[in-house]
Design a binder for this molecule. Structure first.
Ligand SMILES: Cc1cc2nc3c(=O)[nH]c(=O)nc-3n(C[C@H](O)[C@H](O)[C@H](O)COP(=O)(O)OP(=O)(O)OC[C@H]3O[C@@H](n4cnc5c(N)ncnc54)[C@H](O)[C@@H]3O)c2cc1C
Ligand SMILES: NC(=O)c1ccc[n+]([C@@H]2O[C@H](COP(=O)([O-])OP(=O)(O)OC[C@H]3O[C@@H](n4cnc5c(N)ncnc54)[C@H](O)[C@@H]3O)[C@@H](O)[C@H]2O)c1
Length: 442
């Protein structure tokens, strides 16, 4: 049995960051990753980075096979760089092996010819999440059914793509494959897109995606997938219709990676949803075990996982002021074309919470920068508290919004009045100067 100061299970954003930081404090760290193709975690290997490369290349008219090749090259480079940065650290030992708890302080690691028990006073779970496969008849019988991970391994563009689910992954992949020239149909059980977003913004998104050729089937489940021939499948829908496609993408949410982790041998409990239960400092129900990133539920973003590692560092080495309770104003972007970026409350949510609100709205075509970049699509909206003039939220559907939203976050974190962004001197002609007009709220 090998003894470490810390065992980290999973080479994700939080795990690798924490490994480096604990090593800097002279802790002896074991970092356990079950898949050598996953050094660096989900984001760089199969999620954020590869998908955003494909979004970028699709928008720049790069043929699909070339974009896939470039994506593979970048991913391999990043994976090797991530591995090297910790493998070269004398305080970190990487185990390429699956981890399974034997008790609160013992973890068995099993890999290529390796079987060993490790022990540590501190153990951190960062095992991420994996695609949820809904119980659609025939789903496991066809090799033309893909997840977000396996679809982007395809070297040839599927001519017709059916996507089940219209969440983040459904919409981003619809936009991305449509840009490469695939005929895309999105099937969703809901009656409308993005039910939690501002309705006017969603209407713009739907109008724009449909104008680009994406087809939506609302209020319907995929009930059965049947192989037609070596190249196509039929998807039978609950509304009685059916459609044929060369590939089906399941974009129906992600579930925490806890299977086979041996949590039954520990005091770690799961929530009703199956996530690892944590307190505001990310400590599980076992005193010496923490959970970080997607596996603990809540918002699933790389920057949340990174911030989880900060919370853990703060609770181990500082006053523990940084916690889930102190985390606020989390922005997010959906990388459709143009992108949607969001923070805080929509007008409806603000009113439901009892705020008297003022709103600002700016169609992108009213803004000089839009004419410079020859992209007039989109709508920006903001919500402000009438009583305090504080910014309650922003929905920015338009070019460059993933950068702009962080400016709004900064103002919200500083508790600045909306006039701060309205009356700011911005350079010209750039997208952020849209805030001069957008924050002229009524
Ligand atoms: C298609 C897609 C696109 C996305 N795009 C974005 C985006 O643009 N921006 C954004 O912020 N977020 C995005 N996300 C979300 C983001 O990728 C995740 O929130 C983030 O990667 C989660 O990281 P993590 O730290 O939880 O762990 P992960 O990076 O998931 O790492 C977990 C690691 O643990 C390993 N592991 C699992 N079980 C074991 C075990 N028993 N033993 C050893 N190792 C194990 C896994 O192999 C994996 O490498 C996207 C997600 C998907 C699926
Ligand atoms: N830009 C980004 O930051 C980004 C991009 C992609 C993914 N992600 C992360 O990955 C997570 C997972 O994304 P996702 O899109 O899979 O999940 P999601 O929860 O966003 O959406 C899942 C969708 O699938 C639908 N659905 C569920 N079961 C279904 C079924 N049986 N048939 C048809 N539809 C069904 C749901 O109604 C929902 O609309 C997101 O929560 C997000 O945090 C982030």
């Amino acid at each position: 049995m090998q003894t470490f100061d810390a065992i980290i299970i999973g080479f994700g954003k939080a795990g690798k960051t924490l490994a480096g930081e604990l090593a800097d404090k002279d802790w002896k760290v074991a970092l356990v990753e079950k898949d050598p193709e996953m050094y660096g975690g989900t984001c760089i290997n199969i999620a954020c980075i590869p998908t955003k490369i494909l979004v970028h290349d699709g928008l720049n008219n790069i043929p699909y096979p070339d974009a896939i090749e470039r994506k593979n090259e970048v991913v391999e480079k990043l994976r090797a760089k991530n591995h090297k940065s910790l493998a070269d650290n004398e305080n970190v030992q990487i185990f390429t092996a699956a981890a399974k708890f034997l008790s609160d302080k013992e973890v068995k690691v099993t890999g290529d010819g390796l079987q060993e028990v490790l022990t540590a006073e501190h153990i951190f779970i960062n095992t991420g999440a994996t695609s949820n496969i809904p119980p659609i008849k025939g789903v496991n019988k066809s090799d033309k059914v893909y997840t977000s991970t396996t679809l982007i391994e395809l070297k040839k563009l599927p001519k017709k793509l059916a996507i089940v689910g219209a969440g983040y992954i459904g919409l981003e992949y619809a936009s991305m494959y449509n840009n490469f020239g695939a005929e895309v149909t999105v099937i969703t059980p809901e009656d409308e897109l993005l039910p939690h977003e501002d309705r006017e913004i969603v209407a713009e998104i739907q109008k724009e995606m449909e104008a680009q050729g994406v087809r939506f089937v609302f209020g319907s489940h995929a009930e059965e997938i049947t192989e037609q021939n070596s190249d196509s499948v039929t998807v039978t829908l609950s509304n009685g219709d059916s459609l044929t496609a060369n590939a089906v993408l399941l974009a129906t949410g992600r579930k925490p990676n806890v299977e086979g982790l041996g949590l039954e041998n520990t005091a770690v409990k799961l929530t009703d949803k199956g996530d690892i239960e944590v307190n505001e400092h990310l400590q599980t129900t076992a005193e010496n075990i923490w959970a970080m990133g997607d596996v603990k539920g809540g918002m699933q973003f790389t920057y949340i996982s990174l911030d989880d590692s900060r919370i853990v560092m703060d609770s181990l080495f500082s006053d523990g002021d940084r916690s889930l309770d102190s985390r606020k104003n989390i922005p997010y972007s959906v990388f459709i074309d143009p992108p949607l970026s969001r923070i805080g409350l929509t007008a409806k949510e603000a009113e439901e919470q009892g705020f008297d609100i003022m709103e600002g709205a700016l169609p992108i075509k009213a803004h000089p920068r839009a004419h410079v970049i020859n992209d007039l699509r989109g709508l920006f909206k903001v919500v402000v508290d009438q009583k305090t003039d504080r910014i309650l939220g922003a929905s920015l559907f338009g070019p460059e919004s993933p950068e702009l939203i962080n400016l709004v976050k900064l103002a919200m974190d500083l508790d600045a009045p909306s006039t701060f962004l309205r009356d700011q001197i911005y350079n010209h002609p750039v997208m952020s100067e849209a805030f001069n007009a957008l924050f002229d709220v009524k």
